[in-house]
Design a protein around this ligand. Structure first.
Ligand SMILES: Nc1nc2c(c(=O)[nH]1)N[C@H]1C(S)=C(S)[C@@H](COP(=O)(O)O)O[C@H]1N2
Ligand SMILES: [Mo]
Length: 388
């Protein structure tokens, strides 16, 4: 699963559809099977309430994807989920500066044009909100190709000093936060260790799917931490600060904190852990009925660890291997298909699970270590449907 230049998808799509008229579905490239073939229909899930609908993008609010309708490797920019906790600041490009400050040798204040003069890197990264959940059918999710500059290169240019342990990323959006009875206006902020920030993959993105980064997704610049939950990807980024202490801002240390039971040196304790790298997860998103039978489609997200398998189980049957989209790259989402050729009429429960090369298996909710709070929902997600 290497990072490869993408072929123009529109051209391939035409070829794929043309082939669809003559060839068997399974001989077609994976992505061409995502778009519904002629006569192919989505079989409704019975776990989705009839009233469930995905609202259009509305300024200031949250948007999520209708996962039943995922039909492309890259999520279109105008349908990519949107989450923010304060406002959606309009940052004028003309006055924009990215400030790099703190324990560095060369403080920087870069315009967007200066950032764009540096070598451009592109990476596929899919991610979900750490608060993504089954009630939304995991719609706080998307996959895009991001273009920008290497974070590591910029930090090297700035020259991080010995003793700096944490890199903090601030956005232009702000709100009031309280500790007990004291209020203070603060900008959205997130942090990570210097070694995480100096990894080869993180980028400061000014492009999304080949277009300028859209306003709602953090224009003019955002952080992309491949393999991490969405909250790490600070939008409207205007300051990066290196410091010698831990950053304790709300979205790092108080919110987006998972409360889970863990063995701490032989003692079972409840532990607070900040939402950082994505946990191994898969979910079925749709079932279609075509001429060759039914097809189950889903996605996988994780921290970039290579996968061993994705499997699907129908009712109490055996786990059956699914096919993973060969277009997937290390940090993209991985869509999968399973040809359900012998679907019997009636009610069914279907579920997927993913296993990585280290043998880590996606567990059921019931098997998961006790976990409170809404964050990091990565248990198996059974779906129900009725075959006519
Ligand atoms: N500046 C800023 N960046 C932010 C946020 C925010 O509230 N402010 N929300 C974070 C969260 S919680 C998520 S899930 C992702 C969502 O990114 P998207 O809206 O582009 O999908 O942005 C992250 N970056
Ligand atoms: Mo989020």
């Amino acid at each position: 699963m290497n990072e490869q230049p993408q072929q123009p998808r529109r051209d391939i799509l035409k070829t794929g559809l043309a082939l669809g008229c003559v060839g068997a579905a399974s001989s077609l490239p994976f992505w061409s099977r995502l778009a519904l073939a002629q006569g192919e229909q989505i079989v409704p899930f019975t776990d989705v309430p009839e009233t469930f609908a995905v609202p259009p993008v509305i300024p200031g609010s949250v948007h999520f994807l209708d996962t039943r309708a995922i039909d492309s490797f890259y999520t279109p920019n105008d349908d990519f989920y949107i989450v923010q906790h304060y406002d959606q600041p309009a940052v004028a490009e003309a006055d924009y500066r990215l400030h790099i400050t703190g324990m560095i040798d060369n403080p920087l204040a870069l315009t967007l044009a200066q950032l764009k003069e540096r070598p451009k890197v592109e990476i596929n990264a899919g991610f979900e909100c750490g608060g993504n959940r089954s009630a939304l059918f995991h719609g706080l999710i998307g996959n895009a190709r991001w273009g920008g500059v290497s974070l590591r290169d910029l930090l090297r240019e700035a020259g991080t000093q010995d003793g700096g342990i944490e890199v903090v990323f601030y956005g232009a959006d702000k709100g009031t936060e309280s500790i007990r009875d004291a209020d203070a206006e603060q900008n959205f902020g997130r942090s990570m260790t210097v070694s995480d920030a100096m990894g080869s993959d993180p980028i400061l993105a000014y492009e999304m799917n080949g277009e300028p980064l859209p306003h709602y997704h953090g224009a003019p610049l955002r952080l992309i931490m491949p393999g991490w939950y969405g909250v790490a990807n600070v939008k409207w980024l205007n300051q990066i600060h290196v410091q010698d202490r831990r950053f304790m801002g709300r979205f790092q240390a108080r919110d987006y904190v998972t409360l889970a039971r863990r063995d701490i040196g032989g003692v079972e304790r409840w532990e607070e852990r900040s939402v950082t790298k994505m946990r191994l997860k898969s979910s079925i998103v749709r079932v279609t009925r075509g001429t060759a039978g039914h097809t189950i489609t889903g996605f996988v997200l994780n921290d970039g660890t290579p996968l061993r398998s994705v499997e699907v189980r129908i009712d109490a049957g055996p786990w059956q291997p699914a096919e993973i989209d060969s277009e997937s790259t290390q940090y993209s989402w991985k869509l999968f298909n399973y040809a359900w050729t012998d679907a019997a009429p009636g009610e069914h429960t279907i579920v997927s699970r993913v296993t990585d090369v280290n043998g880590q298996v996606q567990a059921t909710e019931a098997e998961m270590p006790e976990k409170r709070t809404r964050w990091e929902n990565y248990g198996q997600f059974p779906r129900t449907l009725r075959i006519a």
